[in-house]
Design a protein around this ligand. Sequence first.
Ligand SMILES: [Zn+2]
Length: 399
Amino acid sequence: MERGVVEGSLEGLRTVNRGRVVEALRRRGKISRAEIARDTGLSRSTVSSLVGDLIGEGLVVERIAGAEDAGQGRARANGRPPVLLALDPSAGLALGIAFGHSHLRVALADLSSDVLGERRRELDVDREALAGLDAAAEMASELLHEAGADRDRVIGAGMGLSGPIDHASGRVQSREILPGWFGIDVQAEMEQRLGVAVRLENDANLGALAEAAFGAGRGEQDLVYLMLSSGIGAGLFLGGRLFRGAVGMAGEFGHVLVDEAGPLCRCGNRGCLETFAAGPPLAALVSHSRNEPVSIEDMLALAADGDPGARRVLEDAGRITGRSIANLCNLLNPGLVVVGGRLAVAGDLLLEPLRESVRRYAIPAAAEAVRVVPGVLGERAEVLGALALVIHQSDPLFV
Ligand SMILES: [Zn+2]
């Protein structure tokens, strides 16, 4: 049984096969029909028929292989150069979907990375996995409708989740970190709802890609993207590419140990960085001191207005996070740490104590080598990374 196919549905099978052809074109840039057949495992006649449709719709264009395509396609028996196929960048569209812990953002862009529309919705993402997937599909349909765009032009969707992703299975890797999503074939569920190929990625990894490609980290080969929001995560972009680890667990920075006698964490350990520096425990501290409910946004507004309690918890969060970043600098020696996520709007109030901890606790040479800067893409970093995952898939940066 293939992914996302409703059993017995020929229409569904054709949609999935079409997605595989588009995926092969997206991944390889320019290839021949024969190579598509080899890549996808589909028969040549199926490939020819699907490619015919795609050319008819203007999504795929034929190009005669030139000298720059050496090695691409095989010369025909008659000695003429082979005809290669490519996606037409002016015709295709990409969807980006980014789930935070408490909100969902969906964007539609063309293949030149121009964002045509974007939506955001509050949602208890962690507890409502299937409802979240439904909402994402609904928002995607609304965006397509508003743009007057045909769903058939969408070549794929990138999707970010706030948890470790197992790329082999398309599932969430940890029962503890994202319990509502564990055991669900997230990729297949989303593909079924959207009717296009979906690529899953951890949200901090998407932030790292976006800042490396379009943001504060352009040109940087060794970068850590630190996401400080309701949860804490890190995207490790090392040697010019994402580092995911053996099973996709790399960058679970919110769960490094700060104090073994500290508060119990949602991962089941005690005293993880998240229990000291993520948005909810900080807002809870401010709530306690003010004796009224304070949201993360309230806390940030209070800090901006000079409230001493709100400023104190954000400074402390910066200092504590900086200690763990110092360890990371000793291990990985990044040239840049880009700080993003909801708490990053606190700016230097958070970043100065963080930099101070790095200077104090990292090996001097590692501390001197690293700059700690705020992200420039803000809360859109993850959704832009999700779009980039689709649009630039043949770029080595995104492999
Ligand atoms: Zn933890």
